[in-house]
Ligand binder design. Structure first.
Ligand SMILES: [Zn+2]
Length: 305
């Protein structure tokens, strides 16, 4: 990770190689951040099932007709077939947080990611003219959540706004675990030298004693689906500076190490590269990014392998 001197001391840039911005994505279990609360959407099917069960329970004994007409599951089945991701849980982690730079003491607290100790969170990078990575990841995450919910998925985000700090990277992993996510994705933009460009997907790498070891293969499958959909949908090239064909494997990211559910990071491109910065600042292009991510995640979840 590269750190900026002087006024921007708080602005820890995502670095090449040593720590893509994801690097600071772990969080302290002992210090929950204020913005760590969840956004939860329950699929309509769940509501219907609950209603059906309640209706049945209130019917009188021997009231066979009532029981038959309120058998739970009828409408649920119809809705399940109507929306491809009904019953699936996706956790989206918008990297960093817009208020992190005002909370350096909090985000610099060290947390244990098992392979090492790291800062709770980082500020992330930005384009040269000041469009922050935190704002970018927040916007893309909102768009992605909307698309996945429209397909029936239950979607949870690891933060609820872009004005607070954290949560720590350990907490970002814990949120996915607690939700029993079928897939989890942490969204980032990198801060590499200006000539470097292209996107890459980071997947967990096995290391002794890591919780993520049991979902290494599933995470890799998710990563490849997202790599393919992102490449096709956005037209962005594979990274010129990290990984092979946009695939990279790491055991120094808390958000991956501590995950017990299939999880990946994506560095959508290099925010310090003029061409990619211009695209990231464009709303229509961010929608394309979200659509591509949704397509890759849906392909993984529906078993289109
Ligand atoms: Zn980042």
């Amino acid at each position: 990770m590269i750190k900026r001197p002087l006024a921007a001391a708080a602005l820890a840039l995502c670095g090449v190689g040593a720590a893509a911005c994801g690097g600071a994505e772990v969080s302290a279990a002992g210090a929950p951040a204020p913005s760590a609360s969840l956004q939860v959407d329950r699929p309509a099917a769940t509501q219907d099932q609950t209603d059906g069960t309640t209706g049945r329970g209130t019917s009188g004994p021997g009231d066979a007709e009532t029981d038959i007409t309120t058998i739970p599951g009828t409408r649920t089945a119809a809705e399940t077939t109507a929306k491809p991701l009904t019953g699936k849980v996706v956790v989206i982690d918008p990297g960093h947080n817009g208020g992190n730079f005002r909370h350096t003491r909090e985000i610099n607290q060290l947390v244990d990611i098992l392979t090492e100790k790291k800062a709770c969170d980082t500020t992330g990078t930005s384009t040269n003219d000041g469009y922050s990575e935190a704002a970018f990841t927040w916007d893309v995450s909102q768009r992605l959540a909307k698309l996945l919910r429209a397909q029936g998925a239950t979607v949870k985000l690891t933060r609820t706004n872009n004005t607070g700090w954290g949560p720590c990277i350990t907490e970002r992993a814990a949120i996915g675990n607690k939700a029993h996510a079928d897939a989890a994705i942490s969204i980032h933009g990198d801060g590499a030298p200006p000539s470097a460009h292209g996107f890459h997907v980071i997947m967990p790498k096995r290391a002794p004693g890591l919780p993520v070891n049991k979902v290494i293969a599933e995470s890799a499958a998710l990563g490849k689906k997202v790599r393919d959909a992102f490449h096709e949908g956005t037209g962005l090239p594979y990274s010129t500076y990290i990984g092979s064909k946009a695939l990279n494997y790491r055991s120094d990211l808390g958000g991956l190490n501590l995950s017990t559910v299939p999880k990946i990071f994506i560095e959508c491109g290099n925010m310090r590269n003029a061409t990619e910065a211009a695209k990231f600042k464009n709303k229509a292009f961010r929608q394309r990014i979200a659509e591509s991510l949704a397509k890759g995640i849906a392909a993984y979840l529906t078993g289109a392998r």
